[in-house]
Design a protein around this ligand. Structure first.
Ligand code: SF4
Ligand code: SF4
Length: 59
């Protein structure tokens, strides 16, 4: 299980990048953020800090 960011919702503000405790989030070529599923520990912090609710948990 990991979190995923909905690219159609993400506005690329970058708030989640610095908030992630395991540095699993980085910017993709289109400026939207992507989560490395191998690193994500599903802590939910990215969802908590995101102003538009783009991250969500994926089973
Ligand atoms: S759920 Fe936690 S570990 Fe996973 S990407 Fe979000 S902030 Fe990082
Ligand atoms: S905090 Fe939300 S809107 Fe901002 S870059 Fe992360 S996922 Fe995108």
């Amino acid at each position: 299980m990991a979190y995923v960011i909905d690219k159609n919702v993400c506005i690329g503000c970058g708030a989640c990048v610095g908030a992630c405790p395991v540095a699993a989030i980085s910017a993709s070529e289109d400026g939207k953020m992507v989560i490395d599923k191998e690193k994500c520990i599903s802590c939910g912090t990215c969802y908590a800090v995101c102003p538009v609710g783009a991250p969500s948990s994926e089973e």
